[in-house]
Design a protein around this ligand. Structure first.
Ligand code: KIV
Ligand code: NA
Length: 264
């Protein structure tokens, strides 16, 4: 198997072929998604609110996300593994971003990193790209800036479409190899996708993007509760696991497990 490289994603875009990205935070999901042909695995800071029990992505630290990144990179043979830079670990300066990114590559085994922001992150993206760190940008709704943006809301409606376009152009010019667009109107995302030569990856940005990304616990139904409109649920893992846990407990209580074949 050949590793997916940033260049392959660009070639897919040039051929008009779409690709898939999912989050992954541990060994078995990384193995399964890798074997299923998911081109890009993101060790998202969404581990904060999908693995570590926090309410948002804000509290997770570099030291918490690095071991998960290492688990994923060790468990893939083909997928491109992207480490997501946590809030506060890159915004202060390009040098800070570089030091953090290097940790994700050296200690985490990531092949690339992702950071949130457009025009204002150009210095970070430039230094990383010059220093051998492939950068995936993330524009539109950027969850780490939830409090600055005034909550979870679509970005780029009406007149603010220009802002999304400016951010997209800036991250491409700075040297990003791809850009995630989150909660952006479909027509704006399609326009960005047509204009840029780097691949766009949508989440809540419509079918006009070159790739799509979802948080796996959302897409495969492990998380409970209300789901964002942009999520499609492909499985009910919460139901499967709940059923399995109940059956196990029932059999332990009744004495049906362990049976003779499980006993030495
Ligand atoms: O952390 C994450 O899961 C993400 C994706 C949803 C793009 O940033
Ligand atoms: Na993220």
């Amino acid at each position: 198997v050949r590793r997916v490289r940033t260049q392959h994603l660009r070639e897919l875009k040039q051929r008009g072929e779409r690709f898939a990205m999912l989050t992954a935070y541990d060994m078995y999901t990384a193995e399964v998604f890798d074997e299923a042909g998911i081109e890009v695995l993101l060790v998202g800071d969404s581990a904060s609110n999908n693995v570590l029990g926090n309410e948002t992505s804000l509290p997770i630290t570099v030291d918490e996300l690095l071991p998960l990144t290492r688990a994923v990179s060790r468990s893939t043979r083909r997928s491109l593994v992207v480490g997501d830079l946590p809030f506060g670990s890159y915004q202060r300066s390009a040098e800070q971003a570089y030091d953090t990114a290097v940790r994700f590559m050296k200690e985490g085994g990531a092949h690339a990193v992702k950071l949130e922001g457009g025009v204002e992150m150009a210095p970070q993206i430039e230094l990383l790209a010059r220093g051998g760190v492939p950068v995936m940008a993330h524009i539109g709704f950027t969850p780490q800036s939830e409090h600055a943006l005034g909550g979870y809301r679509v970005q780029g409606r009406g007149e603010t479409a220009d802002r999304v376009l400016a951010d997209a152009r800036a991250v491409e010019a700075a040297g990003a190899f791809a850009v995630v667009m989150e909660m952006v109107p479909g027509d704006v995302a399609a326009q960005v996708t047509a204009e840029l030569s780097i691949p766009t990856i949508g989440i809540g940005a419509g079918a006009g993007c070159d790739g799509q990304v979802l948080v796996w616990q959302d897409a495969f139904g492990l998380r409970g509760g209300r789901m964002a409109r942009f999520v499609k649920q492909y499985a009910d893992l919460r139901g499967v696991l709940s059923e399995a846990a109940r059956s196990y407990a029932d059999e332990v209580r009744s004495g049906a497990f362990p049976a003779a074949e499980h006993t030495f």
